[in-house]
Design a protein around this ligand. Sequence first.
Ligand SMILES: [Zn+2]
Length: 375
Amino acid sequence: MYKLLKQEGRAKRGEFHTVHGVVQTPVFMNVGTVAAIKGAVSTQDLQEIKTQVQLSNTYHLHVRPGDDVIKELGGLHKFMVWDKPILTDSGGFQVFSLAGLRKIKEEGVYFHSHIDGRKIFMGPEESMQIQSNLASTIAMAFDECPSSVAERSYVEHSVARTTRWLKRCKKEMTRLNGLESTINPGQMLFGINQGAIFDDIRVDHAKEIAELDLDGYAIGGLAVGESHEEMYHILDVTVPHLPLEKPTYLMGVGTPANILEGVARGVDFFDCVYPSRNGRHGHLYTNHGKMNLFNQKYEKDSRPIEEGCQCPACRHYSRAYIRHLLKAKEMLGMRLCVLHNLYFYNTMMEEIREALDLGRFHAYKEEKLYGMGQS
Ligand SMILES: [Zn+2]
């Protein structure tokens, strides 16, 4: 259940109540593809860096170790030892981007596993069954994410099928939540808006799925090659047609600047691999912009990555030491950088919520962008 606490312009400050606790929004979800954040980050670490929601990938967990195995072990929360909310994606995006030789039919998608090449079928019902086995807090609807450069006729056809799939997802989730063997009968379902960069298709689709009274609504198919301006424009035209009293989730976005612009346009939930992926390459986010720790100038720099930062890396270690670890390819170097970056994102979200509480989000956004050299 979502409670809208405050609005500033279109920006929303809310609370999302789940069976695994309350999520304060706007929130950044920390991406753990295979039930772990890449870079040797454990769920114990997540507790320390202010993570509210952990995101896991359905397709990856279905292929390995298998959702049936995870169900037998009591579900994803028990498996990875994390008692706060978990959002699982539908598997659709990975099927379309990773799996080989796929064939899309009305019933679903036929494809080959990227691990062992075996044939797999996934449709709306299968996606819901897998996510129910994983027992995540929030399940995502099974959809197709058409390319941002796809032809209009293809996008129209695809979006209509995504709506039919969404109705099947809702029906199947209701059925699964009613079964006695279901680990989390309170599992929630978010629908996904698609439509590439066609305003009218996006708006019509948003209106159509808004009527299905789902637990939340995502905007998918962005940050896949279109410009930032096109993405902001799609948010400007689409978000007003999604229910105000439900959370809005912008999938796979983005940079700190993208997030600030997304919040300004009414987005509650974000997720992105940037902080962990960049961290693993020694690229760090700070309030003064990005820094590359491989740079020679940090060789003898005894300061923390960012002065004043309370993350596990900055509280104890110097730029020089972490740079040395990265150059020596020690796992600890990556780990400390990922922890700093996720802490930076989670702290920015906390600042955003405080600014919204005080009615000064707009001023905060300008200051933050100016500090990062992006205004
Ligand atoms: Zn730090």
